[in-house]
Design a protein around this ligand. Structure first.
Ligand code: PLP
Length: 484
């Protein structure tokens, strides 16, 4: 494709995306295709001869679009938001257009140095401690996902807990990590990848009401494991759990970690970015004093297209010692001088995209006040919704719900818990199949609840109001006798 052809098709693509954004409400939120339908509509073999780009766009419209769930739809309330925004898309396009590979400082100094500046900016926007900044002992790095961030944190923690032996001998001791029943599954995956096995994962009880990790049980478990010969390596505290946005008590957990010399990773994938607003800075309680690593996802709720997780460390030395390997073909004078950052040593893969461009574009386009306004809008819409649900005697709301997530369920009087759960799931399926909104569910104390996560930049008051009307209407219309 010549630069002139690129210009022409690039304009078509930008127009296509702008039209998609403008018309997104015309699509059902959740895709309605069945398994295999998209695959069957595509040729089984690749073309022998090149095709015009228009043919790609035509297939996008006719074949792929029906198979998409529209995550940027203003009535998408499932999982957690996965914000996209104009400046982030353009930043990503520039990154693709440049096609640089930022594995080492020397392979594109601007790619590395912009990233350093942008993660330091974000640390300051979120009110994170000064020692997380790259000009101190710590530093931040952009990872593809929170899952990668926790794996990297675990490898650094194992390095420190073993005095560096893990790199030479592998997992020769019984290392343990501590999570709660509410911790994201990526921690279990990280433990598997690191070779700890199922016995290396210790699940700490949570408070029945808040679903936050119980620090007293954590202390008991660590002491018992240590007495039994295990080496407690890392605790993962979550600020904003995946299920209900519960917040673990980081200061109390941090005290336990300090007593036992255990690495504390704070996973704030969803909720951490809310700290751009001073009124949510309490989400950072204990981070400055106790966290060895901390991560949050601008790709969830901070207007930055997937993928963009930022991981900070209080002390980069164990991280770099754990992950740095220097083959001859990567040696260069800048790296040898020790005066530059080589982000390949801060992550699992060698290669890396220029992700800082999209985060930089977002922060510059919105400014701190625009980012705060976005978070405040999501929280305020969610709080309005929670108040409406709480005021309806046919529903109950799970407390607390301080951010953009509201968990609730219909009461279903007269139904057994199992029948009520089946009815709640059926209500959700009816709503999702209708295409006007998209909700997901979880369980709290063994009971099914619906989750409504508000936080898309396109969501306005009318979308939340409409969703609540739809929920009430379908709830009343559901033929529950057939469920019982
Ligand atoms: N941690 C928490 C608390 C999450 O809610 C999620 C995803 O929802 C993750 C980790 C995983 O995020 P990612 O998809 O970036 O790996």
């Amino acid at each position: 494709m010549s630069p002139e052809e690129f210009r022409r098709h690039g304009r078509q693509v930008v127009d296509w995306i702008a039209d998609y954004m403008a018309g997104i409400e015309s699509h059902p939120v959740r895709s309605r295709v069945g398994p295999g339908e998209i695959r069957d509509a595509l040729p089984a073999e690749p073309p022998e001869h090149g095709e015009p780009f228009e043919a790609v766009l035509a297939d996008l419209n006719t074949i792929l679009l029906p198979g998409l769930t529209h995550w940027q739809h203003p009535s998408f309330f499932g999982y957690y938001p996965s914000n996209a925004s104009g400046p982030a898309i353009l930043g990503d396009l520039l990154s693709s257009g440049l096609g640089v590979q930022g594995m080492l400082w020397i392979t594109s100094p601007a790619c590395t140095e912009l990233e350093t500046v942008v993660v330091d900016w974000l640390a300051s926007l979120l009110g994170l401690p000064a020692h997380f900044r790259t000009d101190a002992r710590g530093g931040g790095v952009i990872q593809d996902s929170a899952s990668s961030a926790c794996l990297v944190a675990l490898l650094a923690a194992l390095h420190r807990a073993s005095g560096g032996r893990v790199a030479r001998t592998g997992i020769a001791d019984r290392y343990t990590i501590y999570v709660s029943s509410q911790t994201h599954s990526s921690l279990e995956k990280a433990a598997r990848v690191a070779g700890l096995g199922a016995q290396g994962i210790r699940v700490v009880d949570v408070d029945d009401r808040t679903l936050a990790m119980d620090p007293v049980r954590l202390r008991e478990l660590i002491a018992a494991d240590r007495a039994a010969g295990a080496v407690p390596a890392m605790v993962c505290a979550t600020v904003g759990t995946t299920s209900t946005a519960a917040v673990d008590p980081v200061p109390a957990i941090g005290e336990v970690c300090r007593e036992h010399g255990v690495w504390l990773h704070v996973d704030a994938a969803y909720a951490g970015v809310a700290a751009v607003c001073p009124e949510f800075r309490r989400l950072n309680d204990g981070v400055a004093e106790y966290a060895d690593t901390y991560s949050t996802n601008p790709h969830k709720w901070l207007l930055t297209n997937f993928d963009c997780t930022v991981l900070w460390t209080a002390d980069r030395a164990p991280l770099l010692d754990a992950l740095s390997i220097l083959p001859e073909y990567l040696r260069n004078p800048a790296s040898s001088s020790g005066s530059v950052v080589d982000y390949r040593d801060w992550q699992i893969p060698l290669g890396r995209r220029f992700r800082a461009l999209k985060l930089w574009s977002v922060i510059r386009w919105y400014g701190a006040e625009g980012l705060r306004a976005h978070i405040r809008k999501g929280v305020s819409l969610a709080q309005d919704l929670a108040a409406r649900i709480a005021a309806d005697p046919a529903f109950e709301v799970h407390e607390p719900h301080p951010l953009g997530l509201v968990c609730f369920r219909p009461r279903w009087p007269g139904l057994s818990p199992a029948a009520a759960d089946a009815a709640t799931l059926r209500l959700m399926e009816t709503l999702n199949a209708g295409g006007s909104l998209y909700l997901t569910h979880t369980t709290i104390s063994g009971r099914v609840v619906l989750r409504m996560a508000v936080g898309s930049p396109a969501t306005e008051h009318r979308h939340v109001e409409q969703a609540w009307d739809d929920i009430r209407r379908e709830h009343q219309a559901l033929p529950i006798q057939r469920v019982t």
